[in-house]
Design a protein around this ligand. Structure first.
Ligand SMILES: Nc1nc2c(ncn2[C@@H]2O[C@H](COP(=O)(O)OP(=O)(O)O)[C@@H](O)[C@H]2O)c(=O)[nH]1
Ligand SMILES: [Mg+2]
Length: 696
C-alpha cells in the first residue's frame, strides 16, 4: 500500500436526540466491518463507544467517542456524540471537526428537540448532512412520515438513497436506489444478506427516488444538466461523480435507513459512506486566522502540518488523551515534536492513536483529514491549534461551547476529600468544556456550574469513581450585599484605662449613601488634630475590614461614604488598635441607624422557546419576581429577554426544560444589584442571624 491520501478519508459525526440509535449503529458498523466479533448492546453496557462506566451505568452516551474503521482502502473516522441536551457542546464540537454530519432520526419517535439542535449545528458549520432513519424493525416504524417531516422541517434536499423493505417485524431489508438492487436480510442480527431484484411493490418508489437524485445531481454541471434536459442518458460514472459533488455542496442530503440492533442495511450504509461521503479534499479550504489576516487551509499533505484539538479525555490509568483533527500536511511521531501555536509550547509526541472506543492502535504518521488521539500532551486544551515549530502559524477558530446555566455549591464530605478536591476538579475541567468552577469571593461557596442537573450529577459521580472524592451539593448562597438609605452619624469610643497600659480611641463618623455601584469612599475632614494624623489610616483600614461583614446580616456593605469628622485621643493610651476598635463601634451603630437594606444580584436572562410556550415562560417570570424587557421573533422561535433576581434562578435550567419539554434554552448573565423587597429581606436576615448563632 502506498502512502495514504486525504482523498481516501471519510469522517462523520453521528448526532441525534438521545436514544435515536447512534451508539447501536456505530456498534453494528464495527461488527459489519469485522472489527468486533460480537455486537454489544447499549443496555448491557458492552458497546465499544459507551465505554465509560457512567455511560454503562446510565445506558446513555455522555461524551463523544471516536471509532476508526478501515474499509476498501479508505479510512473512516466516526464520532459517536452524546444526544442529551446536557451534552450539546460535545455534539457541536463533533460536527465542527467531522466532514459530514449524520443525523439519525428514529422511525418511531421522529424529529425531537436534539434532532433540531443537531440540524442547527450542521447548518451553522455548513456541514454536509446525511439523514439516517433508524430502528426500522421497531413496532410503528414509519419511514414515509419521518422522511416527510425531515423534508418539511429541515430541507427539501433530503432525498432517500435507501428504502426499507417492510417495517417493524416485517422488515426484510433495504433497497439501494442508486444500484437499483434489494438487499434481503435474515432478522437474526448476523448481518448476512443476499442481493436481489427490487420487489415489484417498491419498483416505482425506487425509480422515482433515483430520478430525484439524478435531477438534483446534474445541477452540479451545466453540460450534464443540458444532456439530462434533452432526455439523454447520464452514465453511471457521471451520476456517481455529480452525486458526490452534490452531497459535499449540501444540494443533496442523502437519506439512509435500516436497523442497527437487527443489523439490517448497515453493510450498505458503510459502503455508501465509503463511496459517496465527501473526503477532506471535497470539503476544500478551511478558514483560519494568521495574525489579522484570514487564511485558507487546504488538506494538502505537502503543506505544513496543522491540526485542531477538539476533545481532551483524562483517564486515571491511561492518563491524558488529546483528540485532534488534522487539517493540513502530515506528521510522523518519530523524532517530531508538536507545537502549540497558541501557547508557544513545543511538546514531544509519544505516539498517534487510531481510536476505537477506549482502545487505541499506534500509527507512525498522520495526514490531513485524520482524527486521532495523542497521549500525554501537557499544555494542549480544547480549541488549541497544533502545528510544528517554525511551520504553520495560523489559528483555527476556537471551538464554542455553550455557557453553563446550572450551578451548585460543592462541599467536601471529609477533610481528606477537601485536600483532593482542587486536583480532581481541575482534571475534570480539562475534559469538560461546558463546566466551570469558581470560588465566590463574597459567599466563599465553591460553585460548580454546568448544563443541567444530569450533567453535574455525572461529573460528581465521575469524580468519586476516578479520584475517590466525595462532594455534597447545596444551592449556592446568593451574594447579597448591604447598603444604607439615609445619612447617620455615630460616635465610637473605645476606652480601657484601668491598670497597666490603657487603650483610648474616639471617633465620630458620618455615613451617607452613594449611588449604586459606587463602592466605598472614605473622607477625612478632621480639623485641628482631633484625631492625630497617624491614627487616621487605622480608621480607614478598620472600615474597609468591617464593611466585609455588615451589621444587618453579615454581607458586605457597599455604596456608602464614611466621613471621619471628629474625635478625641489620649497622649499615652491611644494606639492604632484602639482607634480600629472605636471605628468598629461607630460602624455598627452608624450603619444600623442609616436605614440599612439588603441588595441582591439581578440577572439578564434570555430565553429561546417555540411560540406555544411563550405564555408559560412569561407567566413563570412573574412568579419569580422577573421583569420582561422585550421579545423578538426568530422564525418559529421567540426570544424573551427578562431580568430576574439570581435567588429565583438557580433551578431555572430544570424548570425551563420541564416547562417546554426540553425545547427551551436560555442564557443568563449578571446585570446589577437591586434592593431586596422588605418581606423577602426579612426572611433572609432572619435565616442569616440563625446561621450565625449556630456557627458561634
Ligand atoms: N429495535 C431497535 N432498537 C434499537 C435500534 N437502535 C438502537 N436501539 C435501541 O434504542 C436504545 C437507544 O440506543 P442507543 O444506540 O443508545 O442510542 P443513542 O443514544 O442515539 O446512542 C437502546 O435501547 C438500543 O438498544 C434499532 O435499530 N432497533
Ligand atoms: Mg449513544
Amino acid at each position: 500500500m502506498g502512502a495514504r491520501q486525504p482523498e481516501n478519508t471519510r469522517s462523520f459525526a453521528l448526532c441525534a436526540h438521545g436514544g435515536a440509535g447512534k451508539t447501536s449503529l456505530a456498534e453494528a458498523m464495527l461488527f459489519c466491518n469485522g472489527q468486533i466479533t460480537r455486537m454489544g448492546v447499549v443496555q448491557n453496557g458492552n458497546t465499544v463507544s459507551d465505554f465509560q462506566s457512567e455511560e454503562q451505568k446510565r445506558q446513555i452516551s455522555i461524551s463523544t467517542s471516536l471509532l476508526t474503521l478501515e474499509r476498501n482502502g479508505k479510512m473512516l473516522f466516526a464520532l459517536d456524540a452524546p444526544g442529551f441536551a446536557d451534552f450539546t457542546g460535545e455534539m457541536s464540537a463533533a460536527i465542527r471537526v467531522a466532514d459530514t454530519a449524520v443525523i439519525l432520526v428514529s422511525s418511531v419517535g421522529g424529529i425531537e428537540v436534539q434532532t433540531s439542535r443537531a440540524w442547527e449545528y450542521a447548518e451553522h458549520h455548513n456541514a454536509p448532512v446525511t439523514f439516517y432513519i433508524s430502528k426500522m424493525d421497531r413496532e410503528n416504524a414509519d419511514f414515509d412520515k419521518v422522511l416527510a417531516d425531515i423534508k418539511s422541517q429541515f430541507s427539501p434536499n433530503a432525498l432517500p438513497v435507501f428504502l426499507p423493505i417492510g417495517a417493524a417485524d416485517k422488515l426484510k431489508g433495504i433497497v439501494d436506489v442508486i444500484k437499483n438492487k434489494a438487499y434481503l436480510y435474515n432478522l437474526d442480527g448476523t448481518g448476512k444478506f443476499t442481493e436481489g431484484e427490487v420487489p415489484a411493490d417498491l419498483a416505482d418508489a425506487a425509480a422515482n427516488a433515483k430520478e430525484a437524485l439524478l435531477e438534483a445531481a446534474v445541477e452540479m454541471d451545466d453540460e450534464l444538466m443540458e444532456k439530462y434536459l434533452e432526455g439523454e442518458a447520464i452514465s453511471d460514472q457521471d451520476f456517481a461523480k455529480m452525486l458526490k459533488k452534490a452531497i459535499a455542496a449540501r444540494r443533496i442530503m442523502p437519506v439512509l435507513t435500516g436497523s442497527a440492533t437487527q443489523n439490517v442495511g448497515v453493510h450498505q450504509a458503510l459502503d455508501f459512506i465509503t463511496e459517496y461521503f465527501p473526503s477532506p479534499v471535497d470539503i476544500g479550504a478551511i478558514k483560519a486566522q494568521d495574525g489579522d489576516k484570514e487564511v485558507e487551509v487546504l488538506p494538502d499533505v505537502n503543506a505544513p502540518f496543522s491540526a485542531l484539538c477538539f476533545k481532551v479525555m483524562v483517564d486515571p490509568y491511561v492518563g491524558k488523551l488529546s483528540f485532534i483533527r488534522a487539517y493540513s500536511g502530515k506528521l510522523s511521531s518519530e523524532g517530531n515534536n508538536i507545537y502549540n501555536v497558541k501557547k508557544g509550547d513545543d511538546e514531544r509526541i509519544s505516539s498517534f492513536k487510531l481510536m476505537c472506543g477506549k482502545d487505541g492502535k499506534d500509527v507512525k504518521e498522520i495526514i490531513a483529514g485524520d482524527i486521532v488521539a495523542i497521549p500525554k500532551l501537557q499544555s494542549t486544551k480544547v480549541g488549541h491549534t497544533l502545528a510544528t515549530k517554525g511551520g504553520a502559524s495560523y489559528l483555527f477558530p476556537h471551538i464554542e461551547f455553550p455557557k453553563p446555566v446550572y450551578s451548585v455549591a460543592v462541599v467536601a464530605k471529609t477533610r481528606a476529600d477537601e485536600d483532593k478536591m482542587g486536583n480532581a476538579i481541575s482534571k475534570t475541567l480539562e475534559e469538560d468544556r461546558s463546566l466551570t468552577f469558581e470560588k465566590n469571593p463574597e459567599t466563599h461557596d465553591n460553585v460548580l456550574s454546568g448544563m443541567g442537573d444530569m450533567h453535574l450529577d455525572i461529573v460528581l459521580s465521575k469524580m468519586k469513581e476516578r479520584y475517590g472524592i466525595e462532594l455534597d451539593t447545596k444551592t449556592p448562597q446568593v451574594p447579597y450585599r448591604e447598603t444604607i438609605r439615609k445619612t447617620a452619624e455615630a460616635q465610637g469610643k473605645h476606652k480601657k484605662q484601668s491598670g497597666g497600659h490603657g487603650q483610648y480611641g474616639d471617633v465620630y463618623i458620618r455615613y451617607s449613601p452613594l449611588e449604586r455601584g459606587a463602592g466605598f469612599e472614605f473622607v477625612d475632614s478632621i480639623k485641628g488634630g482631633a484625631v492625630p494624623n497617624n491614627f487616621i489610616p487605622a480608621v480607614e483600614k478598620g472600615l474597609r475590614e468591617y464593611m466585609e461583614s455588615g451589621p444587618l446580616a453579615g454581607f458586605p456593605v457597599v455604596d456608602f461614604r464614611a466621613e471621619l469628622y471628629f474625635g478625641s485621643y489620649h497622649e499615652v493610651d491611644s494606639s492604632e488598635m484602639s482607634f480600629k476598635l472605636a471605628t468598629r463601634l461607630s460602624f455598627r451603630k452608624g450603619i444600623m441607624d442609616a436605614n440599612p437594606v439588603l441588595l441582591e444580584p439581578i440577572m439578564n436572562v434570555e430565553v429561546t422557546v417555540p411560540d406555544q410556550f411563550m405564555g408559560d415562560v412569561m407567566g413563570d417570570f412573574n412568579s419569580r419576581r422577573g421583569r420582561i424587557m422585550g421579545m423578538e421573533a426568530h422564525g418559529k422561535l421567540q426570544i424573551v429577554k427578562a431580568q430576574a433576581p439570581l435567588a429565583e434562578m438557580f433551578r431555572y435550567a430544570i424548570i425551563l426544560r420541564s416547562m417546554t419539554s426540553g425545547e427551551g434554552t436560555f442564557s443568563m448573565e449578571y446585570s446589577h444589584y437591586e434592593e431586596v423587597p422588605a418581606d423577602i429581606a426579612k426572611k433572609v436576615i432572619a435565616a442569616h442571624k440563625k446561621e450565625d448563632e449556630e456557627d458561634e
